[in-house]
Design a protein around this ligand. Sequence first.
Ligand code: IMP
Ligand code: MG
Length: 192
Amino acid sequence: MTDSIERVLFTEEQVAARIAEVGTEISEKYRGRDVKLIGVLKGSIFFLTALARAITIPVKIDFLAISSFGGASKSASRGMVRIAKDLDEPIEDEDVLLVEDIVDTGLTTRYLLQTLAGRGPRSLGICTLLDRTVRRIVQVPVDFRCFEIPDRFVVGCGLDHKQLYRNLPFIAVLKPGTEESLATSASRKSIP
Ligand code: IMP
Ligand code: MG
């Protein structure tokens, strides 16, 4: 599997150290309260479990799953996402932190923020492992981020290429030819 890796962007040690720092930041910001971490399946599960362990205040966990629809079609729904598995519990009056693997164009995150905001949480924040601001199409307020990354497709720590590589303990760039074309995935998307 590591044959397709061009270079490691962040080592296992760097990832763990940064998650520990962000866990401390979150514990300080929400001190005296509980925080509910909402993971977006499947990419965020590795990050979410490490983050939850790094947080020292009481934590609740829930998950949702999304699926893209519209795909490459020319329909009005092109590039939009929908909730394929909803949360198990309401979030009304809770301090909610949406936990993402990566915020790229921002379209997925914006959709989720709008959906969750409508459910009356006490507060709603975003925490992401990776942030690729250079590809942003819509602005979203990222409250906590571990790493900013360049304009290359990455895998590891939950991020996949065709469902593989999620279990790599580091963040890596794939060799040209094996990586997903970011231009292609961008062109599939439009602003909903
Ligand atoms: P956005 O809606 O463009 O912000 O897309 C976010 C989603 O696209 C992430 O949750 C990932 O599932 C996927 N994604 C974006 N960039 C990458 C990458 O470099 N590697 C793996 N998945 C990615
Ligand atoms: Mg993915």
